[in-house]
Design a binder for this molecule. Structure first.
Ligand code: GYE
Length: 330
């Protein structure tokens, strides 16, 4: 909807049999000559069920019927690809750039370029650590630190409930992509929470890159190294699913011999809780499309938006999973 491209100069001058016609200067201008708001979304990748739901949320929200043209880019979990995508959005002179940054740092240069081009940048899902906060307009996503803390609170309560509050408890941690704000926040919340209880020992922490395959692989190596694991924290559901497979293959019963706690709470996590294989899933809501839509509509109407917007999130276990499963769309 770039105003300047929207101005299509078309005139015909008929004089002495001569016809002059002026139109849009090029194909791009012609394509942008509609009333649609053009949004470039630099997505992380397709590493998890959460990510698939997030992509679908943007694809179904940013449609022409809702006033948008979406340019979607999947960076395959690589920051360099996201930087390239942002540069291409700038070149295409989009109206808004939305970024779900794969990692927190290293964005100043490219966001400076967007700023110089006068294109507002909205962050969604993960956060950035920037020396200059004016490089982005606002952010909307989950509170990862709180999620981490909540997961340990759940464990404390659960161990008390099953009469194991005074036992020594050995913990392993499957981390997300190192340097992503989802990993940084959850790891901090978990490790701080564990440190408050002298019964807990964190045996090992390693990244499973937020994927099921890597989660399984790392859990296999943990199981080989330690025969006395009591609890696994997986920083997303898919790594927990991989860990469940690894635990079964090692001849142990997931959810019983080893307590498993994950993050995201996608539909499959509810199934696993009901099956008794997963003990707790801390919610991280991926449906950011409508939230970013609301932000853009507010801005287009001349309004202002909150710089940081946390989404309210819950926690699911055997006490509520069955009841809530039908409400889970992703
Ligand atoms: O937990 C994980 C995904 O950034 C919150 O990324 C997101 C995380 C989510 O790969 O499944």
């Amino acid at each position: 909807m770039k105003k300047i491209f929207g101005l299509v100069l078309a005139f015909a001058l008929i004089s002495g049999g001569l016809v002059f016609a002026g139109g849009a200067a090029d194909g791009e201008a012609a394509a942008a000559g509609d009333d649609l708001i053009v949004v470039g979304y630099a997505q992380v990748g397709a590493e998890s069920d959460w990510r698939t739901a997030n992509t679908e949320s943007f694809r179904s929200t940013f449609v022409p019927e809702n006033g948008y043209r979406l340019i979607f880019d999947d960076a395959q979990q690589k920051q360099e690809n996201q930087i390239k995508a942002i540069r291409s959005f700038i070149q295409q002179d989009v109206d808004y750039i939305v970024v779900a940054p794969v990692v927190e740092t290293g964005w100043e240069t490219v966001l400076g370029e967007a700023k110089a081009a006068g294109i507002p940048v909205i962050l969604s899902d993960r956060q950035m650590k920037l020396s200059d906060e004016s490089l982005y307009l606002c952010w909307v996503g989950g509170d990862f630190l709180k999620e981490g803390r909540d997961s340990v609170t759940w464990l404390n309560n659960y161990l008390a409930e099953i009469g194991r509050a005074d036992e020594p408890i050995n913990v392993v941690l499957l981390q997300g992509t190192i340097g992503s704000s989802a990993q940084v926040g959850r790891t901090q919340g978990i490790t701080e929470g564990l440190a408050e209880n002298p019964n807990y020992t964190l045996l090992a922490a390693q990244t499973g890159e937020f994927t099921q395959a890597k989660g399984q692989e790392v859990m296999e190596s943990f199981l080989k190294a330690y025969d006395d694991i009591d609890v696994v924290f997986a920083e997303n559901d898919n790594m927990a699913f991989g860990a469940i497979d690894a635990i079964k293959a090692a001849g142990k019963v997931p959810g019983e011999d080893i307590i498993i706690i994950s993050f995201d709470a996608v539909r499959e996590a509810f199934n696993r809780i009901i099956a008794g294989e997963l003990n707790c899933a801390v919610e991280c809501n991926p449906l950011h499309g409508p939230r970013v839509d609301e932000i853009i509509k507010t801005l287009e109407a001349g309004g202002t938006v909150e710089k940081i917007q946390y989404v309210q999130e819950g926690l699911f276990d055997i006490t509520n999973a069955e009841e809530l499963l039908p409400t889970r769309a992703y």
